[in-house]
Design a binder for this molecule. Sequence first.
Ligand code: UD1
Length: 416
Amino acid sequence: MRVEGAKNSALKLMAAALLAPGASTITNVPDIADVDIMAEVVSGLGARVERSDHALVIDATDATSYEAPYELVARMRASISVLGPLVARLGRARVAMPGGCAIGSRKIDMHIAGLQHLGVTIEIGHGFILATAPPMGLQGADVTLEFPSVGATENLLTAAVTARGTTTIDNAAREPEIVDLAEFLNAMGARIAGAGTQTIVIEGVDELRPVEEHRVVGDRVEAGTFLVAGALCGGPVTVRGFDCDHLGLTIDKLRKAGCIVDCLLDGATISREGAVAAVDVQTLPHPGFPTDMQAQFMALMAIAEGSSVITENVFENRFMFADELSRMGADVRIEGHHALVRGVEQLSGAPVRCPDLRAGAALVLAGLVADGETRVGDIHHIERGYERFVDKLASLGANIGYAWDDMPVLGGENPC
Ligand code: UD1
């Protein structure tokens, strides 16, 4: 099967398109609910968005509004990524505070501190952040992030591209989606070097132009999710449309868990014959093990021979999934940010509910190997980030479909 373009890149590229008047074209855009919301956000700011198949044309000529309303930011936290582009292009931005989130408090202090280094004045009140550039415009600066936050790195990058002078972001996030954003911005005429390393240097330019065409990087998390499906069921499953190097540690851990993973030019094939071996993982910023793969990996460890410790270092409260998985017979004990998973021989199908996007996908994966029927509720979480998830699994041979009440049902006769 083939994965789509990365959600976490497409959303940021859509926001970055606001930087230059004119029409930018983005291809390989996934057809998912979060892209719909970001399209509403940028349209609300005055841009014209046209969508056909997996391509988006964003014409930001009339993007002159600077306010992202609460209704949209509350639906999708990534709306905060318009902050940098707005303050760079219009000199001000009024963006609703994203508030809490199901996977932890997800603060934005580093976004704010970074922008302040560039001279931005920040006022917070009535649930909004008001960011105002100085009259002379933003000024390049040296910024060291406390933690390599993906969102803070992106907001700083997009704010700094037209600042006067040089900006250096130290301890920057190194995710492939950051590299994709930097390539998009460079195609706009920005001068960014070092994206993908911990130090990014941005030479401010006077003007940016729209991007003729940019293809969103393949979704490594969608790919990883289907690789875990293959690991659970035995495969072989071939996943295409992504770069194996973007999933380095995930693939390493899958191999240690007893899978054979062959990397291809544009994807990977996974299969497993013996039992699943218990492997410890700890999530870390890229190139560490991705937090967005933690729940899927826990589903795999739930049927491993032996016990594994899964440590979550990136987000607090990202173990809500464990309770749902336990309802399916998994043996998981949580101690702070560690989960002790004792493998069981067989999971048992049960009605469960998605607590968030990745956990939702992981529950469906667990249902593939559970005995009997699994009904997964609240699948709107999955639809935020996975295009045709149910259909794609069905095309791999899974016994899965929609129930009358829209809950995917995994039958007892799954091939795995
Ligand atoms: C992005 C991804 C998300 C992924 C995460 C980490 C998108 C839309 N989402 O989220 O799927 O799981 O990266 O790879 O791209 N933090 C602060 N202060 C800040 C910013 C972050 O304390 O100003 C903390 C957060 O609370 C969190 C950690 O830093 O605990 C990581 O957050 P960050 O890397 O910013 O993740 P997001 O950009 O929100």
